[in-house]
Design a binder for this molecule. Sequence first.
Ligand SMILES: [Zn+2]
Length: 449
Amino acid sequence: MLLLARYVLPVSGPHIEDGGVVVHDGSIVAVGPRSDLLAAYPDEEVADYGLAAIMPGFVDLHTHLEYSIFRGVVDDLPYTQWKMEVHRRESLLSEQDWADSARLGAAEAIRSGITTIADVTTSGVSVDAARDAGLRGVIYREISTMDVDAVDAELSAAFADMEAWAGRVDGGRLLIGIAPHSPYTCHPRLFQAIADAVGDADTRVAIHLAGSRDEYDFVRYGSSPLGQDFRMQSGWGEEAWMPTGVSPVRYVYQWGVLDLKNVLAVHCVHVDDDDIAILDRADVSVAYCARCNAKLGMGTAPLGAFMARDMRVGIGTDSPASNSTMDFFDEMRVGLLIQRGMRPDQGFYSSETFVRLATVDGARALHLDHLVGTLEPGKRADIIAVDLSHSYQVPTQNPYSALVHTSNQEDVLMTMVDGRVLYDRGRFVTLDPESMRERIEEMRLKVRD
Ligand SMILES: [Zn+2]
């Protein structure tokens, strides 16, 4: 298959005007000028996207597909209150609801040009949703308990689930990891047990870390609404909790989790220079979730400090429960603007930098950059085409700034993973989101006030 467009953005090198990409058997075999490729591959089936950009699919470093049904349910509350409101409603959904919610999330990911996800789930429904949708990614089994006596049983259950989930995916495209939820929902013994259990293995680990000020106060000073109201609501209110006197990063570091080989820390907003040095030394990857962090009043992560150290950092949307949409263009745009507006001392980022963060840097954060993240011969064909022809986009001087500053998820024309087209100009191949409309209404009634 030969994909053509006005712009081809390999990300590994300069963009090509009037370029194309040749895909054979799920792999990229050639990238270059349109005329060269048409001459070299005269019999190839051609898809010409016109005034558009062909580029690597987005790597979303933080999703919860199963929370998609919570979009708009709790919209205008700060982090801890938001967390409690969502938590209160979780028991209202059936297993089937969670599964359908995850399929809704998978459809939105594909529609937004996201080809790789890093999804955190307790139920495992996103394993099936991502597999059936044809997405690539890492699915982390979430685990949490503040009850020290429950640690061993919780961990056994998590590893049993991970083994079962690994059997449900066809290997290669989806990997299974573990996600201790956060410092305020995991007993220190749980962190220690995970560090011991994973050891030298390459098991992928994700953790929500240093997200809100309440989390910071809870860990360091022992008190915040997370230490009282949320713990009471979770049934952990009777467990003893003492101030640790250290930051969330240093606290988790003490229990060995950050020393593991393949750790993704989500948020990392409330981090100081020492924390950043720890994350860097331990080669921890960071998911920058600018819109979610801003919407819930969590703050703004020091992206410039991570990038100055050349740490593994990319972009995450978080779930529609917190962020309303998984629009990756909006995520790049807000992520860039908030840094320019709030942290100009740390760097004035270009649109091209954000396209890199959204693609190859995200792949590097997941240790998947040998497979995806750029358009280069030999890499898997995870490719999107984005329309740049609308009145709000033209004249297009620079495809990177057109993508970041003028485009939206509706502008995605085509999404391909492993050479398989999952969405093309209005048509979903693996999912049928239109048929889900009634189910969505049904579920909405359950979770609304
Ligand atoms: Zn999350």
